[in-house]
Design a protein. Structure first.
Length: 174
């Protein structure tokens, strides 16, 4: 099995959990911030979804330039889920096509001419794409808890969700 296909298995599991979190986002509270320095709930949710686009960007390109980046304007949970689903489909296609040699190539994140970092693509996928996704999903869970919205289970039960079907999916992979 290629590295891309192995990463795809993980991404699909994490995306199922992430989609449940995104489905819980109330856009009528999109401006909520738990602290002054925090990102607003709506922007955090959109960021969580857009991270999935980075998989394709990393696999199919040599860099991602944030100089002219503009976040997508999303105004509802339905739009957010559709955006996420479309990006996930693109990531799947890219992961199915990439070979191990392609993932050894360097990839850079830039801001115009400034190189923010350069790493092999397989490390970018693991650290910047996967871990970054999980990090922001956890943040979103805190926002949901503070708003008294049930927090979906991730790797085991949450106080609001027993996650039996989710745990069964993880177990069935082994």
């Amino acid at each position: 099995m290629t590295i891309g296909k192995e990463l795809l298995q993980e991404l699909l599991l994490e995306s199922e959990v992430t989609r449940r979190y995104l489905a819980s986002v109330p856009f009528d509270k999109k401006d909520f911030k738990p602290a002054e320095k925090s990102e607003a709930l709506g922007r955090l949710a959109i960021h969580l979804a857009e991270i999935v686009a980075w998989w394709k960007e990393c696999i199919e390109n040599e860099r991602l330039d944030f100089l002219d980046f503009e976040p997508k304007a999303i105004q509802s949970t339905e739009e957010l889920l559709s955006f996420f689903d479309d990006l996930l489909e693109e990531a799947k296609e890219s992961l199915l096509k990439v070979d191990d040699e392609g993932l050894e190539k360097d990839w850079s994140m830039t801001y115009g001419d400034q190189v923010l970092f350069t790493l092999p693509k397989k490390q970018v996928l693991r650290i910047f794409c996967m871990n970054h996704l999980i990090h922001h999903r956890a943040q979103l869970g805190v926002y949901l808890r503070l708003l008294d919205i049930p927090v979906p289970a991730a790797y085991g039960p949450s106080a609001d969700d027993d996650a039996v079907s989710l745990i069964n999916k993880f177990v069935s992979l082994n």
